[in-house]
Design a protein around this ligand. Structure first.
Ligand code: ADP
Length: 446
């Protein structure tokens, strides 16, 4: 048994409830409960006593558990059984004043057991101390109900003081909260202001960006217009020079000396180069200005490949280069036949121009819903860092010498523009010394 008895008493008449209250407070104080808890226990005891007394006398036992968590236990028993549910309901509120409360309401009577743990700092309940407490309680002289009223009044005043202190605390906390809120609001306002400033900056930046891109678009349009106009104006005189040159060397004209003939041929050759350049510029300017409207139709690729084979064969004169146009792996494609032929002719001409030996090959196959045209050669190849630059106007790989023919540096930019106009894309894969592969990807609409 770890529960040490402290004292017993019997409750007979209503008057005794005051005594129970006094004793309860004294016991609570003696075992080390704090002032508030003393009042709580005293109130719990007097309430339970009041409820139980309705059904006869009640015996009260105080014990203290000294081993484990020190706990004060009070059992209040009366011989008559009560109505268990009603009793439990009546005592429900009272139960909150102690740590645990059990109502045992069987056939042999009613027992209400309460327990309250003692605070950690409470003085140790040694056997000597227990004896001392018992002796103190035995000397107890019950006071009158008036005394008890005075004590209760005192406690009430204490409780009121505490409430006032709590109210003051609350007011202080509220003031602090208000202060904090004001701080947070100030911070929030500052942040909003900063955000607004930043936003204004971003908006201004965007406006500037828009203005710049509009200027860029205008400049690019002006360039295209200029190129188109100049090349258009140049075409007529250049064509005239070529015509005049032909006339001079015609059999019907006066006989020219060998030197004169050589010079006229030179003039004609230069004029023809110039016309090629002017035509290239005009094509590119038209493509850039969006003035090329594709004419869509079902293009028979077998026929188109046949034409390319025929027109390019004369360029593939070198026996070291095998020129192959494969059978198309896609029979028909919805596209613009003229523009498509222009792109492929351009790629094949380049391949033949930059391949000394090996092969030049054209094929087409279906990949992921697209038609993929491939022009592969085993020529000089293009260094990786220049593979995007060759699509810029007038760019030619430094030191790259065409095996035959000349170039303007306008073919690939134009071909890429046309690929875009046809709804596709043109890209290159190449390794210097091994060869290049140009791939034109066009959507298959069927
Ligand atoms: P060009 O009239 O000079 O051929 P392009 O725009 O068609 O103009 O090509 C630009 C440059 O790209 C060429 O001058 C050449 O240096 C390089 N190039 C194009 N095609 C090939 C190829 N198949 N192999 C190696 N270099 C190529």
């Amino acid at each position: 048994m770890t529960a040490e008895p402290l004292m017993r008493m019997r409750l007979r008449v209503e008057q005794d409830i005051f005594v129970v209250r006094q004793i309860g407070r004294e016991v609570a104080q003696a075992v080390g409960l704090e002032s508030q808890d003393q009042t709580r226990l005293a109130t719990a005891l007097s309430e339970v006593g009041r409820v139980l007394l309705g059904g006869g006398h009640t015996d009260i036992t105080f014990t203290v558990e000294t081993i484990g968590v020190p706990t004060l236990r009070v059992a209040m028993a009366r011989p008559e059984p009560g109505e268990a549910p009603r009793l439990a309901e009546q005592l429900q509120q009272v139960g909150r004043l102690v740590d645990t409360m059990e109502v045992d309401d069987g056939g042999t009577g009613t027992v209400v057991r309460m327990a309250r743990r003692l605070p950690i700092g409470a003085p140790l309940l040694t056997p000597d101390r227990m004896d001392e407490i018992r002796a103190g309680l035995a000397r107890h002289v019950p006071g009158t109900p008036l005394d008890e009223l005075a004590v209760q009044n005192q406690q009430l005043i204490g409780a009121l003081d505490e409430v006032r202190a709590q109210r003051d605390d609350l007011a202080r906390l509220n003031a602090e909260l208000e202060e904090t809120n004001r701080g947070v609001m100030a911070l929030y306002n500052q942040l909003s202001q900063e955000l607004e400033d930043t936003n204004r900056g971003v908006v201004a930046l965007y406006a500037e960006l828009e203005e710049k891109s509009a200027q860029l678009a205008a400049a690019s349009e002006a360039k295209s217009r200029f190129l188109a106009n100049v090349s258009h104006e140049l075409r007529a005189p250049v064509t005239a020079i070529i015509g005049l040159g032909r006339l001079l060397t015609d059999s019907g004209s006066d006989e020219l000396t060998a030197e004169q003939r050589r010079q006229v041929d030179l003039i004609r050759g230069s004029a023809t180069d110039l016309l090629t350049l002017v035509n290239g510029l005009l094509d590119l300017a038209k493509a850039e200005a969006g003035r090329i409207e594709p004419t869509w139709s079902e293009v028979d690729l077998k026929v188109l490949f046949g034409q390319l084979r025929g027109t390019l064969r004369p360029l593939a004169t070198r026996p070291e280069v095998e020129f192959t146009v494969e059978e198309p792996g896609v029979p028909v494609l919805r596209s613009d036949e003229v523009l498509l032929a222009q792109v492929l002719r351009n790629l094949l001409t380049n391949a033949l121009k930059f391949t000394e030996s090996g092969s030049v090959r054209l094929s087409v196959r279906r990949t992921d819903g697209d038609a993929e045209f491939v022009v592969a050669d085993t020529g000089f190849g293009i260094p990786a860092e220049l593979q995007e630059r060759i699509f810029e106007e007038f760019y030619q790989v430094p030191g790259s010498m065409p095996v035959s023919g000349k170039g303007t540096g306008l073919g690939l930019p134009y071909a890429r523009r046309l690929a875009g106009i046809l709804g596709g894309a043109l890209r290159v894969d190449s390794a210097p010394g091994k060869g290049s592969t140009f791939t034109l990807r066009l959507p298959l609409t069927s």
